[in-house]
Design a protein around this ligand. Sequence first.
Ligand code: NAD
Length: 406
Amino acid sequence: MSNKEQKKIMILGGDGFCGWPTSLHLSNLGHDVVIVDNLSRRNIDNELECQSLTPIQPIGTRLKVWKDVSGQSIKFYNINIANDYELLLDLVKTEQPDVIVHFAEQRSAPYSMKSAKHKRYTVDNNLNATNNVLSAIVDSGLDVHLVHLGTMGVYGYGTAGMKIPEGYLDIEVPTETGERIQQQILYPANPGSIYHMTKTQDQLFFHFYNKNDGIRITDLHQGIVWGTNTRETMLDERLINRFDYDGDYGTVLNRFLMQAAIGYPLTVHGTGGQMRAFIHIQDTVRCIQLAIENPPSKGDRVMIFNQMTETHKVRDLAELVARLTGTEIAYVHNPRKEAAENELHAKHELFLERGLNPTTLAEGVLLEVTDVAKRYAHRADISKIPATSTWTKEQQVGVPDRNAGY
Ligand code: NAD
């Protein structure tokens, strides 16, 4: 890579499931990477008395091993970006990043619904984090490109038979004089949890700061991430990525993979008729690279990509994993408040046009079971698999649900 293309990239949340492999991928490409993380995700593991299936190393070890393996240095700052505004602003002014990638939010829907305390934490953390980043970019006076990890969940899960566009919906409305005018609006938000609600609010922050201050922003509406490792995290076992399988943080497909590895029935919510969007972690890091390489120009509106490669119904995924591994399926009560069946179809041409060559579920699933889930199955605490969060108070009266979920 020539020096001209080399960028200073600040990764907020760079110790997390998506942030760590992204930091290594961008560092490997020759970019100058700086990680900011308050390690709150590791503290939540302590709170839930649960840990990653894979043996993740402390951040200091991770960075030292990366330096030994690649020769590249990554700086690390422990800052709470939701609370420590002055520290964040000073860091932006000192480091002068070309790009900030923002992963630093509480990202589990079940965790956000556990109690009033968890709802309030998720709202405080996520909304203040996003507002502080945007405000620090304005206060620094720098022309920083912000890349944010949003979620397909902002669209809600029913699509009325249409393919969800990438962020903006074409509408036609009547005027007072009877003419009809065409407009594009942000696709109407329809969050399904407090966590998803914070992500829909993030969209309005981006819309406002882009309009008011001209900040260049790319918002990536990401599907559920599956898989564990990327080319860089596989270079040394001490670089391994986290793999959550517990009832709050385990995303649905990774949970099935781990359940298959230990012969625990694959727990499907309700009928399993919920359709979800998916992407492999290797494609996540590549999409972020593509978003950085294709920034919006000054004056452009917020650029929105649907960062997903496949959609599947949960029961079809369970059947695929059951077929490949011989594990049984257990249909259990759904702790979420959502329709039993839904369709979700979304456009995702923008990344394909920019050169993404996706990893498909059909080719990657079995490898993941054998290389990761089976290998570390001895670390699993099966008492942590059942989901204990429920969406409404009425549900709390019933038998605790055994289904984890994203
Ligand atoms: P994660 O919890 O593994 O990582 C988030 C990181 O941010 C953690 O290391 C945490 O310590 C840090 N963090 C949180 N709040 C912070 C704060 N106030 N200050 C500093 N650091 C803070 O989550 P992830 O799975 O890597 O998700 C990253 C982003 O991607 C999230 O915003 C999430 O909404 C989005 N996303 C994830 C998925 C998925 O399947 N994992 C799907 C769609 C979207």
